[in-house]
Design a protein around this ligand. Sequence first.
Ligand SMILES: [Zn+2]
Length: 135
Amino acid sequence: MVENSELRKAGLKVTLPRVKILQMLDTADRRHMSAEDVYKALMEAGEDVGLATVYRVLTQFEAAGLVVRHNFDGGHAVFELADSGHHDHMVCVDTGDVIEFFDSEIEKLQKDIVKRHGYELVDHNLVLYVRKKEG
Ligand SMILES: [Zn+2]
């Protein structure tokens, strides 16, 4: 199973809750899920994993580099698998939906701005807070 080898690679013992939570992050429609989202999805799938366990496992996954945690304003922390390349995020202020995007012009612009200030870019985290346009 992919999940089992990924856990071992990350130096984590294979336990049922870890496998179930990793599977859920991997197969859910949403790529960005809060601990509560994961907990609810597991419950709906008939899996008996407590919320405290979900929190603990997600924190372990984060420490092991399996998932990335985002603390977007005005919401719970959300987690996504660390398996995709660099991207930035939009967060809908009404629904909390998270939209991923990548724009090479923005990427370049950021590097240019940093350079102009005499630095080199090490990392960045761009979050746009958005609202669906009506009509
Ligand atoms: Zn993302």
